[in-house]
Design a protein around this ligand. Sequence first.
Ligand code: ATP
Length: 953
Amino acid sequence: MSANSLPEGAANWHSLEVERALKLLNSNADSGLTPQEIEQRLQKYGPNELEESGGRSPWEILLDQFKNIMLLMLIAVALISGILDLMAWRSGNLKPGEVPFKDTIAIMAIVILNGVLGYVQESRAEKALAALKKLASPLVRVIRNRQVIEVAGKELVPGDMMLLEAGVQVAADGRIIEASNLQVRESALTGEAEAVNKQASMVLPEETDLGDRINLVFQGTEVVQGRSKVLVTNTGMKTELGKIATMLQSVESEPTPLQQRMTQLGNVLVTGSLILVAIVVIGGIIQARGFSNLQELLEVSLSMAVAVVPEGLPAVITVTLALGTQRMVRRNALIRKLPAVETLGSVTTICSDKTGTLTQNKMVVQSIYTGDRHAFRVTGEGYTPTGDFLLNEQKISADERPDVLALLVACVVCNDSVLQKQNADWAIIGDPTEGALLTLAAKASIEKDQWNSKLPRVAEFPFSSERKRMSAICRVEQVATGEQSLTSVDPALAGLVASEPYIMFSKGSPEIVLGRCTQIYLGDRAVSLTEEQRSQILAENDTMASKGLRVLGFAYKPLAEIPPEGSEETYEQDLIWLGLVGMLDAPRPEVRAAVQECREAGIRPIMITGDHQLTARAIATNLGIAQESDRVLTGQELQRMSDQELEQNVDLVSIYARVAPEHKLRIVQALQRRGRFVAMTGDGVNDAPAIKQADIGIAMGITGTDVSKEASDMVLLDDNFATIVAATKEGRVVYTNIRRFIKYILGSNIGEVLTIAAAPLIGLGGVPLTPLQILWMNLVTDGLPALALAVEPPEPDVMKRPPFSPRESIFARGLGSYMIRIGIIFAIITIALMWWAYSHTHAPGYQGDRDAWKTMVFTTLCIAQMGHAIAIRSNNRLTIEMNPFSNLFVLGAVVVTTILQLMLVYVPPLRDFFGTHWLSPTELWICIGFSALMFVWIELEKLFLRLMGKKSV
Ligand code: ATP
């Protein structure tokens, strides 16, 4: 039967026998599908993808854009201005050539444009995040064409043989073929938080509820424990999750703290401007002793209201954050939650795993120790299975030594990884620790496949970070030779396996495995383990660990029967000790510099590992995370501490060893209670709570489980500690740039408002700026340079200063006072110019338009901002000390904006539209002269601060 004839009614996979299911899908549990079958099925069923849905509808996103107090104020201004124009038009009071409703239309256009821009950006951000999510989407282990390989989840087809293990997110629906201790959390589907035990052997009645179908697994659920082989039955939208596809896949796009603060800022600005309007109107009425100038005061009020709203700001912020995520992803840090971009810069403490993050996770066994005395050195590099075993520097043949042989057999049998030759290189699929063991054994020609058939696995007690050990239970295959029944395993191992039909091999943390041993295998027989031998082995363990080696202990136990599931505590007792294996996991070369950079940036790196304290210390000191004398806190000690005690110690300890995932949560909480802003890495299922709790939760892109990724704010695509530091630096740059253009934009807005308010108060007739001109300034002449400032490269000292609190107000560290100060200076310069220009254009004999003073004010406001943009590129360095070409965007924005502004004054149609007036060259030069004062002032401020020995940040 071909897969194409898959019966429509085959939906009740839970009520089918495994064989029947395999037959229906024309698949094979051992060999999987062939490439042709996969191709055919991909054609027929399509990729295993959920169609995007859910979230807000486009209309809702668009409407949300207008739920903003500043935009509402602009709409009010547009309406009032429209009514005024209507009245003037009706009563024939329009000035000659004036187009009615121009301001109303312009403001409404801006409001709509803002809404549309916001809409486009939000939808784009959602799409980008969705794309990023896909990038982080996991690989799935499958059996295809007799080989175990990893494929992208979307390439799965019905009939595929999927291999599941703890931490994996199930990528398609499937019928369980084999399972061992399989527990799956199905909350994504059923809402039930408790993990469900799954079994292969069951055949269930057809009407069984989804939550009770314990012989099936479903897409989107998480494997919490155990392993399983699963026949994929449904993919894509045909899965149970696909049927209710609206709930998942919706992208998280929560407002960032900054966006929230911007809303608050909007409220402050709107209230502030309303108060100012009230002052101007009342002041104007008192000055005129009546309502004669009400029309003018209303116009002033409207202009002020437009001036105070930073129309360009939301767009600039969104663009900056989006650029930030892009730069981070180029550095291998994938942001899953947007707020992380800006808060990363505030990290004070980075808690990092050791294996794979600080080290390369490329394990190579360096030494083994059998029984209680024989230490062997092992040569060779990487995963290539060539190398020698040396005893006292003399080469030995491993197969002549039963003690070595037994240890190596344990290495391959109690092992879930696969060693494969890929092209010219040897690579492993699975855990590198186990990969190293396979390479080790292969150096003595002990191959996993061969031993799997001699000692087929019948049950297991899987590895978890809490247990720090695992056991595999194997059947000892009997081979009939003549009249005798002998085991098929090497005669050299007869002493190991002869007595019982089953044998259990255990491996794990040496202290734990040894703690469960009562005997020791000495090469030919098992004898009682003496206390002396025990201390001898532990001493050897310490010696290996203090060289930075990761050490595993091995043991075995003959069994009369297959242990039932969940009986590990009873069966993993009275073991027989085999030996130790020590492997080197070299530190990543770039981490040392990254640790140093952290230190300079006031960020404290902390190592949290499940490994031995001496191994941890050796690597931590090597990398500069801790010093030789520093205290190491172990999981056991931590367990005994109360939360208060932990909190007292947490600032002193930089290495935590032999910890379990739940300790990580306590460490984060203790650090947070001490006011630290914590980034925490994790990879396992049980790391998820700590990752969630951390201020920045970081998951590993390569080795991380899907569950940990789901909980994280950021995924490290290369699992590298140095990437965290690089992302932190980017976070600081983003935040500094955001502060920079907020200073720039709001300083200018304050200047505009004060200038407009001053005009009627100092008795100049009319409003210097129309709403249209103000919009032009806020959007174009401020907007373009602000965008350019958003990509300002990092200041040289960005990682040489301590982090700033993420909870600090946006106005902290002088930003608020800068804005007000610069706003006032800006206003003083423009008011002085305005006063001069007004007198100049109202002097007897003036040839030009008497309203030209207004255009001079307009031009000065724009051009002064150009000087501001150039000067604000650095807080401390003078402009002449900076490379003018290091941010070409600022240079470009300044040139383009100046040209545009001049066009408004000198191109007649634009002049008519914007209501400006022609300026004589002298007038223009005077505007430029006044504008330059702004630049000079800011540079002088920097110089002054430097002379006072202060640094502005
Ligand atoms: P880190 O937390 O820095 O990644 P780790 O890899 O040592 O360090 P775990 O993976 O939790 O942390 O492992 C804890 C301990 O369990 C290890 O130190 C080792 O002794 C033991 N161990 C690790 N992998 C296996 C395995 N595949 N089988 C048996 N024991 C293992």
